[in-house]
Design a protein around this ligand. Sequence first.
Ligand code: C2E
Ligand code: CA
Ligand code: CA
Length: 425
Amino acid sequence: MQEYNGIPTRPENDLRDFFQQITEEGIRTDYYGVAYDIRGMRNLNDQLGRNAGTDLMRAHAQGLQNLIGVSGMVARKSGDAYVALFTRSHKDEVIDYLKNTEVSAMGGSVLRNISCHAGYYGITELCTNYEDLNEILNEALRLSRTQASTEMFAFCDDTVMQKLNERREIAGMFADALANEEFLVFYQPKVETKRYRMKGAEALCRWKHNGEMILPFRFIPVYEQNGDICKLDFYMLEHVCRDLARWQKEGKEIVRVSVNLSREHMGDPRLVEHIVEIIDRNHVPHEYIEIELTETSSEVDYMELKNIVNSLHDAGICTSVDDFGVAYSSMNLLIEYPWDVVKIDRSFVPLGTDDEEDKKRLIMLQAIVSIARQLDIECIAEGVETVEQLLILKKNGCNNIQGYFFDRPMPSDQFEERLDALKEL
Ligand code: C2E
Ligand code: CA
Ligand code: CA
């Protein structure tokens, strides 16, 4: 049992200096780092009052410091978030301690079992500075929260370090890539299945760098994290508008193109103004642009998303709810917002097998299609790869399809040929 003996927990800066010190002494790789936070701290504060809560937290940190001794250090980052460095010989004891320890506060009048989420990393030569350590530990801590609640800890190794370096590199390349127009718009047709005619397309980003084509999963998450995604989305919209204007000028029959808008745009009060400015500057009629947005979890975002969808609707620009059904779907979203299109996520598209899961998929699909129809919202299924899927969708009234079965996303010159073919039909 641990009791607080009045020694203040060190601030994070002391740990930063400590890391520097063990690096200079050449003993850094003898150490483990751990980032942890106390489970249910908010509840404890509510139950016991702040003073007792703080006392418990300090006693817990003090106990860990006693355990790892003078060769290690515990520091408080903020709130109930802590970070520590300790020698490898203490590993098992630290894991046990952070899993569950009885701690006492207020002179023994309060006793609680404290358990933590904890992310560990055995420091290697690759991790040379405190910022890297911090990022790896945060990643490990994040992992510890995603695992089953019986396993409240996780370890990261150097693959995380390598990923971090790759992410940094990708982040550092953005400005040049944007200026050099290395990002390309690929178009994936959307097909209407009554007459098998292309009725629209989605613009998807590709990055051509040194002859290599880089797919979005490698760079979009990085730019979502650092906010650069907003510039990339506007760039995409700009290029789509330029293409549409040029095609129209050339006498081609054009179709509505949807552009993805990241959730990171929330908080930009001039978002819709900016979108309209780009479309108008390129003289594209508003009905040829659709904006794809994803659902949202927080209440603030919910209101803001509502404003965005409403304003776009007022400006005559279509909106679609992307990946419908996954993550934070809310049925209210369909009632309160004037969406034009629901994009049914591929996880709801039946494969045409007769297992239980596929039957459930079909039930969900039928429900979504029926709701959309009655609310007068268009629906389109994504990720359709096989003829079986196509037939099931048609049979159940979903007549718009996007997927590899018809086309993969293609470069603009190839898409132009599709537009030309439309005229011949
Ligand atoms: P998304 O918006 O859900 O786009 C659909 C993704 O599904 C695309 O992947 C597309 O190539 C892929 N797909 C289409 N048909 C099929 C199919 O039949 N089978 C399978 N397995 N996949 C299919 P992509 O192009 O790799 O893009 C991935 C994600 O990256 C997009 O998912 C979107 O969230 C994001 N993204 C792409 N371009 C942009 C962009 O310009 N801005 C933003 N904010 N996000 C983008
Ligand atoms: Ca999309
Ligand atoms: Ca999607």
